[in-house]
Design a protein around this ligand. Structure first.
Ligand code: MG
Ligand code: MG
Length: 267
């Protein structure tokens, strides 16, 4: 396979060497998430978790991908290495002085670049004792990512995988967020294609085939209530559920290889 060949519109396939570099970036993301998730407890602030992550990333000589990201709608560039999204916050939570409480669910998203290539992964963890509903939200969301990975086969269309994710989530009485989706990943954090976690007629034209060398960030975002989301406030960073229901988010960066999907953001 040729590096950076693009057999489908806009998609940049990766060589084995490039995928190896992406494994290093992914391994660091995994280490950061392992460590930071281990620090989550009642009373810790999201800002403290971010400080630990920033130090680990800079000590490794890596670049924190989220820090400084400009969103034209937002009133400031993203200020942190982690996104920390609590309870009804779905994604893009800004770390700060919010202290975690028992019963919270915290989604932690981390992205880094090493030697020119990126890794991106997220997990949601429970803070202290959480409700049974919150427990099942975390389990269904994590299981939907595992299911997606098990369904990823060279030659398959993404829509088949997305349909499996959606069925898994909706059969549990939960909803898949539609306004935010996964993405190709490589030298840039966000590359083509868009990787939705649901499938309907509107998706037909953007469907794509899982081919060797494709590298994707697959990231189901699931809510206990309805799928609709909005900005939490005029800062235009934090995304919350419109109905106030809790949300969870699990993400891995994954390479399609001849042997099947390779999780780049695992230990
Ligand atoms: Mg992410
Ligand atoms: Mg991502």
């Amino acid at each position: 396979m040729t590096a950076r060949s693009a057999t489908q519109k806009g998609i940049i396939l990766k060589s084995k060497n490039e995928i190896e570099i992406m494994r290093r970036a992914g391994a660091l993301v995994c280490q950061v998430l392992d460590h930071v998730c281990g620090l989550v407890k009642v009373g810790v602030t999201t800002g403290e978790l971010n400080e630990v992550a920033e130090k680990m990333i800079s000590d490794a000589g890596a670049e924190a991908l989220f820090k400084g990201v400009v969103n034209p709608a937002a009133s400031y560039p993203f200020p942190a290495a982690l996104c920390t999204s609590v309870n009804d916050e779905v994604v893009h939570g800004v770390p700060g002085d919010r202290a975690l409480k028992a019963g919270d669910v915290l989604s932690i998203d981390c992205g880094v670049r090493i030697d020119g290539f990126c890794g991106d992964s997220a997990r949601t963890v429970a803070v202290g004792d959480v409700s049974d509903d919150a427990k099942s939200l975390l389990k269904v969301t994590e299981d939907s990512l595992k299911l997606a990975i098990s369904e990823m086969k060279v030659g398959r269309m993404w829509s088949e995988v997305a349909t499996a994710i959606q069925k898994k989530v909706e059969s549990a009485g939960m909803s898949v967020v539609r306004e935010f989706v996964g993405h190709g990943i490589g030298q840039e954090m966000h590359e083509e294609p868009k990787v939705p976690n649901y499938h309907d007629r509107s998706q037909r034209k953007s469907d794509f085939c899982l081919e060797e060398g494709l590298t994707l960030a697959v990231e189901p975002m699931v809510t206990l209530g309805r799928c609709d989301v909005m900005y939490a406030d005029a800062d235009a960073w934090v995304i919350v559920t419109k109905d106030g229901s809790y949300a969870a988010h699990f993400e891995h960066s994954i390479a399609m290889t001849a042997k099947g999907p390779l999780i780049l953001t695992a230990a």
